[in-house]
Design a protein around this ligand. Structure first.
Ligand code: ZN
Ligand code: ZN
Length: 262
């Protein structure tokens, strides 16, 4: 089995946030609970795959998030030139995962059919469903469809030797997770299938939800695909940078293919 290296890159954060913003079922809803924003890069077998592209500084200001660095600059900081990346996976089209298409001029964008249908279809007539999307990002994605730069997937797909995508839905209709073989076993980059470890471990979903049944089934899928609970990487958990070894000299980058420190 091939083995890949995985780096998580944190590009933004938001500290003025409570547990009530992060869990739907009763909990200590007034207690503070910050959220982090990541993209991920997978390298090995002569390939570089970027998972999600983050938002830009303009969106960070507009939506009140604390900007750390451009996801594009963070990639450069770990030796990846965004303009040379061939494969970018978009886990789902929410504003915080799909805001830098222009930074990847030669990439093919791997998306689930269900997500593109969802973010361009009738559900976007409803403000509560539309809220986490940005029409400019969706428009850019449509332009990439016309430019033949979107690789559509329906369910499961292998995009590099041993690297697979899996449709789980739940949080967004076409949300996909990515399984990556590493030296410590199979790691599932769950993105927003679980924002925090607590969502999946306590079976308490994040507040933004398309379909609860799919979310619960999606957690079971992540657990089946991963080699253990610490092999499931949540999309927004500040604990990721605390638990996994930092890339030397880079406090916003952590190696997920190495065992957790704590
Ligand atoms: Zn999302
Ligand atoms: Zn998100």
């Amino acid at each position: 089995m091939p083995q890949y290296e995985i780096t998580a890159l944190r590009y933004a954060t938001m500290s003025a946030r409570t547990r009530g913003d992060n869990f739907i079922f009763p909990d200590d809803h007034t207690a503070p609970m910050p959220i982090d924003y990541f993209i991920w890069v997978v390298r090995g077998e002569g390939r570089t795959i970027v998972l999600d592209i983050g938002f830009d500084e303009v969106s960070a200001k507009a939506r009140g998030r604390t900007w750390i660095a451009s996801p594009l600059d963070l990639l450069r900081g770990v030796g990846v030139a965004p303009e040379a990346v061939d494969d970018v996976v978009i886990s789902h089209m929410h504003w915080d995962h799909a805001g830098n298409f222009a930074g990847f001029p030669r990439a093919r964008f791997h998306m689930q059919e269900a997500e593109m249908e969802y973010c361009t279809g009738r559900c976007m007539c409803h403000e509560p469903l539309r809220r986490p999307f940005d029409v400019e990002h969706v428009t850019q994605a449509v332009r990439h469809v016309f430019a033949e730069r979107v690789a559509f997937h329906k369910g499961e797909a292998e995009i590099a030797p041993g690297v697979t995508l899996h449709l789980v839905g739940g949080h967004s209709k076409g949300l996909q997770v990515m399984r990556v073989p590493t030296a410590r076993g199979s790691v599932v980059l769950a993105s927003d299938a679980t924002h925090f470890w607590e969502n999946i471990r306590k079976r308490n979903p994040f507040v933004l939800l398309h379909n609860l049944e799919a979310m619960l089934e999606g957690w079971a899928t992540c657990e089946r695909l991963a080699d253990g609970p610490d092999h499931i990487i949540p999309g927004h958990d500040p604990l990721v940078l605390q638990r996994f070894p930092a890339v030397p000299g880079n406090p916003n980058a952590a190696r997920l293919d190495l065992p957790p420190l704590r």
